[in-house]
Design a protein around this ligand. Structure first.
Ligand code: VG1
Ligand code: CO
Length: 543
């Protein structure tokens, strides 16, 4: 075993995006790429010497190899200890929990989340802080700065560590503890929810189907839903994590989780369906014959969380990312709760959660979570839904109907234009930015613009500022368009167009969202010139 210093030179393009650094797997596997980034993390966090970190990933292709490299680099730089999920697996929320539970200095999560995996698909690495949450921009900026000046990295040369057996081992003086990835997380869930009530619901003939999409939640969902809560074997499907997610796209939405949608819209559909993404932090909720948008889901969860033991004393406040629909704001207003609007990405919720200002947060991209960890948490959302259903004994459709009648409905859809030429996408945004000041008062597709600006966020806890976080256009009557470029893609640019309108007439609350939003959709194209700039006449994905 030998500790060596390898000479290297900076590699371009190592700037972390919305959630860590994501690249094509072959890029990550290229000479020095992973090593450069990991050494830059050590620099960005002020060194790893004497520190304890958690390490795990979503099991995608290269997860196992990357784990060995990261362990050897941590040992070479003097880390005291690494706590690793067995076979280098940990869902993102389980990693967040482990960091908090063990009081570590942070952790590394190997995942490109909802992006597909495999040799020709994507890989990613993310650093989380000692609070269990994604590194804030100040830290990712330091990491990125280090990638630009790096000249060498340290690594230990040795055989692979056997990560398949729970227990403790040693690597060049660094302790490695291999833990069951599921146990602590499952125990945490048991403290938050009424497992007896959910067990009784499932014993009463209520049928559920959870689609793990061959990603990391398979073992978690099987242990919790089937083994602990008594859902019959086969309730959790696609449960085996595979390096390429079975060739699928582990993004839980009606397009990529179509298999689940088909089952839930069939005549003999189960009562409740759910799916999760690559690293287990996203959730999709679908009832028999009804899809629940993530923006509605977080609103329903906030309105009913008190029905679960972990939230019985009420919520401290709520938060949503800016493009997420304002269904949550309606609940907050009715309940007298503070509601914060943050930029896209879970890292912006961390300070609000740490400061005890909010208990539940959500994003339109199928991320929901609470102060139990510092990441969004797919299974947590599913369990809270089940707890609510167990108490209310209503169908998902009845719950949505009641919710809309009480709070009003926010029709919502996101249109994604993927793989757009980056220059064209930037030109679109620049042009739009240039005309924001002139938009108020103008009419488009029967809608009158009331406000138009580019979102900037001043963190109320630490005063940090994040600007250029998306363009938002508000119309008279409450409709809204938001446009921004994705920060998680690996090919070209992805333009995201978020569309919303409000409806308070109960007789008009059961329309198709695309139909209900037709004017808003038309206005978006006219205002932003989407077709003119991109040549596209329709989005690639509508969720
Ligand atoms: C997307 C979503 C955002 C989410 C992020 C990470 O980012 O829009 O809401 O926080 O993915 O989710 P972007 O920049 O592509 O819009 V995950 O599950 O990939 O960690
Ligand atoms: Co994810």
């Amino acid at each position: 075993m030998q500790r060596i210093t390898v000479q290297t030179t900076p590699i371009e393009g190592q700037k972390p995006g919305t959630s860590g650094l994501r690249k094509k797997t072959h890029v990550f596997m290229g000479p020095h790429f992973l090593e450069n980034f990991i050494q830059s993390i050590w620099i960005g966090i002020g060194g790893v010497e004497g520190k304890t970190l958690v390490l795990g990933g979503d099991g995608r292709y290269f997860n196992d190899r990357a784990a060995q490299v990261i362990l050897r680099m941590a040992a070479a730089s003097g880390a005291r200890k690494m706590i690793v999920g067995r076979n280098a697996l940990l869902s993102t929320p389980a990693a967040s929990n482990l960091i908090r539970l063990r009081g570590t200095d942070g952790g590394i999560i190997m995942s490109a989340s909802h992006n597909p995996g495999g040799p020709d698909e994507d890989f990613g690495v993310k650093f989380n802080m000692s609070n269990g949450g994604p590194a804030p921009e100040e830290v990712t900026d330091r990491i990125f700065a280090a990638t630009g000046t790096l000249t060498a990295y340290d690594i230990v040369e040795t055989q692979d560590i056997d990560l398949s057996r729970i227990g403790t081992t040693n690597l060049a003086g660094m302790e490695i503890e291999i833990v069951d990835p599921v146990a602590d997380y499952a125990a945490l869930m048991e403290t938050l929810f009424d497992f007896d009530a959910i067990r009784a619901l499932l014993a009463s003939g209520f049928r559920l189907r959870f689609d793990s999409m061959h990603a990391v939640t398979g073992p978690y969902a099987t242990a919790i839903l089937q083994e602990k809560l008594g859902a019959p074997a086969g309730s959790v499907v696609n449960a085996e994590p595979l390096p390429d997610f079975g060739g699928g796209h582990p993004d839980p939405n009606p397009i990529w989780a179509k298999e689940l949608m088909d089952v839930m819209f069939a005549d003999d559909a189960p009562d409740f369906g759910a799916a999760s993404d690559g690293d287990g932090d996203r959730n999709m909720i679908v009832g028999r014959g009804i899809y629940v948008t993530p923006s509605d889901s977080v609103a329903v969860l906030a309105a009913n969380a008190h029905l679960a033991p972990g939230y019985s004393e009420g919520l401290k406040g709520v938060a949503r990312s800016m493009p997420t629909s304002r269904a949550l704001d309606r609940v907050a207003e009715a309940k007298g709760l503070d509601c914060y609007e943050t930029p896209t990405g879970w890292k912006f919720f961390g300070n609000l959660l740490d400061a005890g200002r909010v208990s539940i947060c959500g994003e339109e991209s199928a991320g929901t979570g609470s102060d139990h960890v510092r990441e969004k948490d797919g299974l947590w959302a599913v369990l809270l839904w089940l707890n609510i259903l167990a108490v209310k004994r209503q169908s998902v459709a009845e719950i949505m109907d009641e919710h809309w009648r009480e709070f009003g409905r926010n029709y919502y859809s996101r249109h994604d234009y993927e793989g757009v030429d980056a220059d064209k996408a930037n030109a679109l945004v620049d042009e739009l930015r240039g005309k924001l000041a002139d938009l108020p008062g103008q009419d488009f597709a029967r809608l009158t613009v009331e406000t138009a600006d580019e979102f900037a966020y001043d963190d109320p806890v630490d005063g940090s500022r994040a600007d250029k976080q998306g363009i938002r256009i508000g119309f008279k009557g409450g409709a809204r368009i938001v446009l921004r470029l994705s920060g998680t893609g690996t090919v070209g640019a992805t333009l995201r167009v978020y569309l919303e309108d409000v409806e308070s007439d109960p007789s008009r609350m059961h329309r198709d969202a695309q139909e209900a939003l037709a004017d808003v959709i038309a206005a978006a194209d006219t205002i932003a010139g989407i077709t003119r700039h991109t040549g596209r006449t329709a989005p690639d994905v509508k969720t």
